[in-house]
Design a protein around this ligand. Structure first.
Ligand code: UD1
Ligand code: M6R
Length: 696
C-alpha cells in the first residue's frame, strides 16, 4: 500500500541528481505494494528552500516529470535529507494535490510523508484553519505538516528553541490514529525524523567504518520533561510547551554505535523505509522501529527517542543484518514477479521445510513453536484467522489439524471475526496467517485476541513484520519476498508450514505414526512434483488462448481438501484477469449452482483421487449431463472422462491426500497468470488492489 522512503547523506558528497535517483529507485522497490501516486521532497538551491515534485500515477511518471523539470542535477550536497512516498488513496482522490510529501506552508518549512490514517484529522484541520492555515489537499496527512509549523512557531514565540525530536513528541501528542511518518524541515537542515505507530518503518545504516556496537540506545526524557497528552478536541492544542528553552535544545548524548575513534563525526548514509526491499541494495544493517519510537538522524548519528518511559521498556534497539538478497527481489528471467514467484515454488517450498524436517527419521522441529507446543496442545480450540489467500491456506489445512489432533479448529476471515466480536478465551490458541504480516484486519484481530489472553501463533513470511513481532510465537514460512500482488508462493509455503505445525502438535501420538511418516515422505517429494506440474505451462497457455480468453465467467468445483483449492483458484483468476470466477463446493452444486451449467460456461473440476473422489465424479457427471464440458484436473495416468466429454484434462502427480492441494493449485496459478497476460493486464499491479492491505 503506501510506501515511505527517505535518504540522508552526511559528509558523503552526492549530487542532487544522485539523490533524486536514489529516492526514485527506493520508490520503485516499493511499487509492488500497490499505489496510485508518488512524490519526493529535496533541498533547493536557495538557503532553506525545499523542492517538492509529485504526481498521480506511476513512479515512472514522477521520474519523467523530474527529468523534464529545470531542477539542477549537478549541485553537490555533502549533507542532505530527501524524503519520498508512494500513496494509495484513502482520504481524497489520487491527484497531484493529494500526493505526498505534504507541506506546512508555501515555503515548505516542514514536509512530511505518511502511511496510515490520522483519525482526528477533522478536528485538527478545523483548529488549524481557525489559526489561518490554508489547506491544499483533502488528505488527513496535511494536518500533520501544518501542525509541525504551528507548534514550532508557538515555541518560537515563547522563545523556546526546540530540538527536532522534541518537536515531534509535541506533534505526536496531538495525533490519533496510525502512522509511519518521515519529516524534513528547513529549520533543521541535514536532520530527519521518522516515527511509527501501527505502520512499519525501519532505518538502514551505511557507514565506511564498522559501528562500535550493533544496537542503538533508547533515549528517554527526564520525568519532568514528559509532555502531557493534549487533544485538538478541546478546541486548542494543549499537549506541549512544558520545557524551558535550555532543556529543550539540549542534546545530551552521542550514540554509542556511531562513536568514532578520533572523536570526529563519521561519514554516514541513512535509509528510512517502510519496507526492507528498498534498503537491501544499499545496506544490510537495519534497525526496525517499534511503535512510538522516534528515530532522529543528525550529524551522522541515529538516535532513538521515546516520549515516555514505562516499566519494562527495552532500553536498546538492535541493528540487525537483513538476510534478504537483492536478487531475491528482482524479476530474473521472468516477465512478471508473479510468474517468477510461481516458478520459484520448487525452491520456496523446499526453503519452508529446510532445517525443520528430518526426512530420514520422520521428525519435525519448528524452532519457533517448540516451547509452546505443550500449551497449544492444552488449548480448548484452535482459531485460524487470516484474509484472502492466507485464509485459503487455513481452509486447506484445517482437516489435517482436526485429523491429527483432537482439538476443534475453526477458520475465520479476520474482518468477519472482528465484526462479530467473536468470543475468545485464555485457553484458546489463535493462529494468524499472513504473507506480509502487516494486513490491518489480521493485526486488529491479533490485538483483539491478545487483549483476551489467548495464545497467539503467527505463520508469517515477512520477518520483522508487525505480526511476526506481536505474536507470542510462530513460524516464518521463509518463502522469500513475494512482490506480485497475487499471492502464489506464499500460499504453498503457508500450506506446508501449517501441515508441519499440525504434525508437530501430534508428534507424541503413537497411533498417528504411520500417517506422520506418510505425510513427511509426501512433503519431501513436493518440490520435485511442483517442477513436474510447472511443465504444464504451455498446455495451459494454449487452453487459455483457445477456450478461456473471451469468457466472462468460470466455475471451479472441488470437495474436501480441494474446496480450498477451488476458492484459491477462483480468487487468483478474479484478481489478476478480472474474470468473474467462483469456487464451488462440489456437494453444493445441486443446491443451486447447477442452474448456471450449460454448454458454454467454463468449469474446472478437481478430480484427483482421494476418499471423496466418487462424490466429485458424481458432481462432474451432473455437469456433463447438462452439456457442460469441464476442464478436469486429475492424477497422472488417470482418465476421469473421455476426451469428448471434456474441454481438456490436466494431469498432476499424485501425493498424499492432505498435500494434493499444493500441486492442484499450480495449474490455476498459471491459468490466472496467462489469462491476465492475454488480456493485457498489468499482472503484478492489478487495478484497485494492493500487495499489503494496511487499512481496514
Ligand atoms: C531461526 C532463525 C533462522 C535460523 C534458525 C536456526 C530468525 C528469523 N530465524 O529460525 O534464521 O536459521 O533459527 O535455528 O531469526 N515468530 C513469532 N511469530 C511469527 C513468526 C515467528 O513470534 O509470526 C518467532 C518464533 O517463535 C521464533 C522466532 O520468531 O522465536 C523465529 O521464528 P522462525 O524463523 O520460524 O524460527 P526458526 O525456524 O527456528
Ligand atoms: O499479507 P497477507 O497474507 O495477510 O494478505 C492477505 C490478503 O490480502 C492476500 O492474500 C490477498 O488476498 C492476495 N492478493 C491474494 O492473491
Amino acid at each position: 500500500m503506501c510506501g515511505i522512503f527517505g535518504y540522508v547523506n552526511f559528509l558523503v558528497d552526492k549530487t542532487r541528481g544522485e539523490i533524486v535517483d536514489t529516492l526514485i529507485d527506493g520508490l520503485q522497490k516499493l511499487e509492488y505494494r500497490g499505489y496510485d501516486s508518488a512524490g519526493i521532497a529535496i533541498d533547493g538551491d536557495k538557503k532553506g528552500e525545499t523542492l517538492i515534485v509529485k504526481t498521480a500515477g506511476k513512479v515512472k511518471a514522477l521520474k519523467d516529470k523530474l527529468d523534464n523539470s529545470n531542477i539542477e542535477r549537478s549541485t553537490i550536497f555533502d549533507s542532505h535529507v530527501g524524503i519520498a512516498h508512494t500513496r494509495w488513496a484513502t482520504h481524497g482522490q489520487p491527484m497531484e494535490s493529494n500526493c505526498h510529501p505534504h507541506r506546512s506552508d508555501p515555503e515548505a518549512e516542514f514536509v512530511v510523508v505518511h502511511n496510515g490514517i490520522i483519525t482526528n484529522y477533522r478536528e485538527l484541520k478545523t483548529l488549524l484553519v481557525s489559526k489561518g492555515y490554508k489547506f491544499e489537499s483533502e488528505t488527513d496527512t496535511e494536518c500533520i505538516a501544518k501542525l509541525f509549523k504551528h507548534i514550532y512557531d508557538t515555541n518560537l514565540k515563547a522563545n523556546i528553541e526546540v530540538d527536532f525530536n522534541e518537536l515531534v513528541k509535541q506533534v505526536l501528542y496531538e495525533l490519533e490514529g496510525s502512522y509511519g511518518l518521515l519529516v524534513k524541515s528547513s529549520h533543521y537542515p541535514g536532520e530527519a525524523v521518522g516515527t511509527r505507530k501501527g505502520s512499519p518503518l525501519l532505518v538502514g545504516v551505511k557507514t565506511e567504518k564498522k559501528l562500535k556496537v550493533d544496537f542503538v540506545d533508547v533515549e528517554f526524557p527526564e520525568q519532568n520533561q514528559e509532555v502531557p497528552v493534549g487533544s485538538a478536541k478541546n478546541g486548542e492544542l494543549n499537549g506541549f510547551i512544558p520545557l524551558s528553552g535550555a532543556e529543550a535544545s539540549l542534546r545530551t548524548s552521542q550514540s554509542r554505535a556511531f562513536l568514532a575513534d578520533d572523536g570526529l563525526p563519521m561519514p554516514a548514509e541513512f535509509f528510512f523505509s517502510s519496507d526492507p526491499a528498498s534498503v537491501v541494495q544499499h545496506t544490510k544493517k537495519v534497525l526496525y522501529l517499534e511503535d512510538d519510537d522516534i528515530a532522529h538522524v543528525y550529524d551522522g548519528e541515529l538516535h532513538i527517542h521515546r516520549a515516555k518511559k514505562n516499566a519494562g521498556d527495552s532500553t536498546t534497539r538492535p541493528i540487525q543484518t537483513l538476510e534478504m538478497e537483492l536478487n531475491e527481489i528482482m524479476k530474473g528471467p521472468y516477465t512478471h514477479f508473479m510468474q517468477k514467484e510461481i516458478f520459484e515454488q520448487p525452491d520456496s517450498t523446499f526453503n519452508t521445510m529446510r532445517g525443520r524436517i528430518d526426512f530420514e527419521n520422520h521428525q519435525i522441529n519448528l524452532g519457533g513453536l517448540k516451547a509452546f507446543l505443550p500449551a497449544i496442545r492444552r488449548s480448548r480450540r484452535i482459531i485460524m484467522i487470516a484474509c484472502g489467500t492466507s485464509y485459503h491456506s487455513c481452509l486447506a489445512t484445517r482437516s489435517i489439524f482436526e485429523e491429527l489432533n483432537e482439538i476443534p479448529v475453526t477458520v475465520e476471515l479476520a474482518s468477519d471475526f472482528l465484526d462479530r466480536r467473536s468470543p475468545v478465551f485464555r485457553d484458546d490458541t489463535c493462529v494468524f496467517v499472513s504473507q506480509s504480516g502487516e494486513t490491518a484486519d489480521s493485526i486488529l484481530a491479533l490485538q483483539y485476541c491478545l487483549e483476551r489472553g489467548a495464545l497467539s501463533v503467527g505463520i508469517v513470511n515477512s520477518v520483522g513484520s508487525s505480526m511476526s513481532r506481536q505474536t507470542h510465537c510462530g513460524v516464518h514460512i521463509n518463502a522469500g519476498p513475494e512482490i506480485g500482488v497475487a499471492s502464489t508462493k506464499a500460499y504453498t509455503s503457508q500450506y506446508i508450514a501449517l501441515v508441519m505445525f499440525a504434525l508437530s502438535l501430534s508428534n507424541d501420538s503413537i497411533s498417528q505414526q504411520q500417517r506422520h511418516r506418510e505425510i513427511i515422505d509426501g512433503l519431501q517429494k513436493i518440490p520435485e512434483q511442483i517442477k513436474t506440474v510447472l511443465k504444464l505451462e504451455n498446455k495451459i497457455k494454449t487452453l487459455c488462448t483457445e477456450h478461456l480468453n473471451d469468457q466472462r465467467s468460470l466455475l471451479l468445483l472441488g470437495r474436501g481438501y480441494q474446496f480450498a483449492t477451488a476458492l484459491e483458484g477462483a480468487l487468483k483468476i478474479k484478481e489478476i484477469s478480472y474474470m468473474h470466477s467462483e469456487g464451488v463446493l462440489a456437494g453444493e452444486l445441486k443446491h443451486g449452482v447447477l442452474a448456471l451449467v450449460d454448454d458454454k460456461l467454463p468449469i474446472i473440476a478437481f478430480a484427483t483421487r482421494d476418499s471423496l473422489f466418487p462424490k466429485v465424479l458424481n458432481a462432474i457427471n451432473q455437469v456433463v449431463s447438462r452439456d457442460g464440458r469441464p476442464i478436469v484436473i486429475c492424477d497422472e495416468g488417470d482418465t476421469v472422462l473421455s476426451s469428448s466429454q471434456t474441454t481438456a484434462t490436466l494431469h498432476v502427480p499424485t501425493t498424499v491426500d492432505c498435500l494434493q492441494g499444493l500441486l492442484n493449485v499450480i495449474p490455476l496459478q498459471l491459468m490466472s497468470y496467462w489469462l491476465a497476460v492475454n488480456r493485457g493486464i498489468d499482472v503484478d499491479f492489478p487495478r484497485n488492489l494492493a500487495k499489503s492491505v494496511t487499512v481496514e
